[in-house]
Design a protein around this ligand. Structure first.
Ligand code: ZN
Length: 203
């Protein structure tokens, strides 16, 4: 399985990293080895001094599809969740400056936190879901899916033009503003509406 991730899908986050607003979704892939095993602590890797959290709404693909029409995209998922796209920002900035691919900064071991899954029937409107990330006791990121530049169905339609979606693939839909650095002993917890989706201890 693969993790298909969106960059720059929330205007306020594009602004905070001084990136340009894209004409099309920015897409990258994390390998399955990047998934942090459940209940496992996240260890800050030795190659970075600036690991950022990025909380994101996740979509679990339930069947194979390619070239999916946006109006049929809803048939490809029935669960959403919340996770973290850990990013070695220092490494990413250095690679970006050289025009090189970011994989090492985004796809390293443990960089993908995948929380609990929730049936979509639990939510009244998928384009109005509140979610947040707490670092220790402070709310550091707060988002709402209405602020996405491309919504879930549009993302599925877009990425399936390039990558065949398979059962179990997960889409990371991008992070809202408020990304920041973690340090040892931090404790992160993610909430989708008022339900806790994950907790991670930083080592
Ligand atoms: Zn991200």
């Amino acid at each position: 399985m693969k993790l298909i991730c969106m960059g720059r899908n929330y205007a306020a986050h594009i602004h905070e990293l001084a990136n340009e607003k894209p004409d099309e979704p920015v897409v990258f892939i994390k390998p399955d080895s990047s998934i942090l095993p459940k209940e496992q602590d996240f260890y800050i890797p030795e190659f970075s001094n600036e690991i950022h959290y990025e909380v994101e709404v996740l979509v679990k693909i339930k069947k194979v599809g390619k070239h999916i029409d946006e109006k049929f995209a809803h048939k490809y998922y029935d669960e959403i969740g919340l996770g973290i796209d850990f990013t070695a920002r220092d490494l990413q900035s250095a690679l970006k400056a050289k025009g090189l691919p970011w994989e090492k900064a985004k796809g390293f071991d443990g960089s993908a936190v995948i929380g609990n899954w929730f049936p979509i029937e639990n939510f009244e409107d998928l384009s109005d879901i509140n979610f947040s990330l707490l670092k220790n006791t402070e709310v550091v990121q707060k988002g709402n899916t209405s602020l996405m530049l491309w919504n879930i169905d549009a993302l599925i339609a877009y990425v399936s033009r390039f990558f065949m979606l398979k059962k179990g693939d997960i889409i990371f839909t991008g992070t809202p503003a408020g990304v920041g650095k973690i340090k040892a002993n931090d404790y992160l917890s993610g909430f989708i509406e008022d339900q806790e989706a994950f907790t991670v201890k930083i080592k």
